[in-house]
Design a protein around this ligand. Sequence first.
Ligand code: ASP
Length: 440
Amino acid sequence: MQTYVAKFGGSSLADAEQFKKVAAIVKAKPARRYVVASAPGKRSSDDIKVTDLLYACYNAAVAGEDFMPVLDQIKERFDEIIRDCGINFDLDTELAVIAAHLYEGPEKDYMASRGEYLNSRILAAYLGFDFLDPAECVLFNDDGHLDAETTNDNLSRALRDRPYTVIPGFYGARADGTIQTFSRGGSDVTGSLVARAVHADLYENWTDVSGMMSADPRIVDQPRIIEAITYRELRELSYMGASVMHEAAVFPVRKAGIMMNIRNTNSPEDPGTLIASELPRVPRKHKVTGIAGMKGFTSILVEDSSMNDQVGYGMRLLGIFARHNIPFEHLPTGIDTMSVVVRTALFDPCRNLIMDEIRDEIGPELLFVEDHLAMIAVVGQGMAYSKGTAARIMKALSDARINIRMIDQGSSEINIIICVDEEDYENAIRSIYNEIEFTL
Ligand code: ASP
């Protein structure tokens, strides 16, 4: 029998109605044996996530204020689910434990984790599944980093004899038992760890959109949903700001060669987006998989007539940025020129120092800084096997009278990076999207 890990996000489990949808999805496919749950999220745009209510409880307790009104709000959220789904669950006893913790000396991560803990206990009771507390398996080192290998061994062992289990997302514990959470949205990471541990055939990530969009919907009207994407493409797009899930969630499943599928709990008939290490090298319908980008870049250009002959020139230049802990994003080079593209927000605090050091240590003939640049990544495995994509992109930009400031294409040929002035950013994305979507 196949094994799927199905992770449901906060909006998928926000209330009783959503719980019913989740149960129908899980029961529709016997392979959905391991379910990873988030805490109840927002029911509408002006609602508050249970995780945020829990943080509010913690803050009130630490400030010596009355946390009971907020705890009551949390109680109401879970009560509605338990009542409307007819679940047999003793919420009062659980909340008494949490209240006692708040009186005795609250811990922030413990409090934050209770949303996932309670939601998963309730969901397990509703589905008739086992419950596994990740505090027993997901291990963080004393330095706060996840111990991925021990976690994998622990989860494999714990789940071996539990064929149908709900596991709370978002948290684990240190060796001394102290609860620790991942960063926000971290249930995605738990789902990925579980998928790796049980050698899942598929890791389903159920959310409230029908997959990853091929461009930012705030810029492009109703962009196409990406049907299939490789992990490499996904990495390029998410690095450039396209977000579908927690960044760290990709690594465990990618390493284990497990496919992911982003699905919509509110529209389960939609196929969503499939993410895999390799997709068939048949010509793809869309040569460009997606476009992403962001503003806020600075380029530092150096020019030296003898740069090309000087061994180590680039290393010395980059060494200055490294000393200040500034990562470079792109590095377009000419024969005697080199541009270091960095994020302005990181560069700004040490801008003057870095400029002085470049002048003192390298002394280039020309040193020129430019701010307010935007980067656009046009990503697509299909571009590597086809001709003319770059030409079409450039033509689209030229037709829109947009000045291209820089172009960078890695030799992997799956990503073309285009730099434009920030003021041209949205227009450039729309022009490229229209060109590749409707003419390629
Ligand atoms: N509940 C946590 C959050 O709101 C974790 C998650 O949902 O993945 O960030």
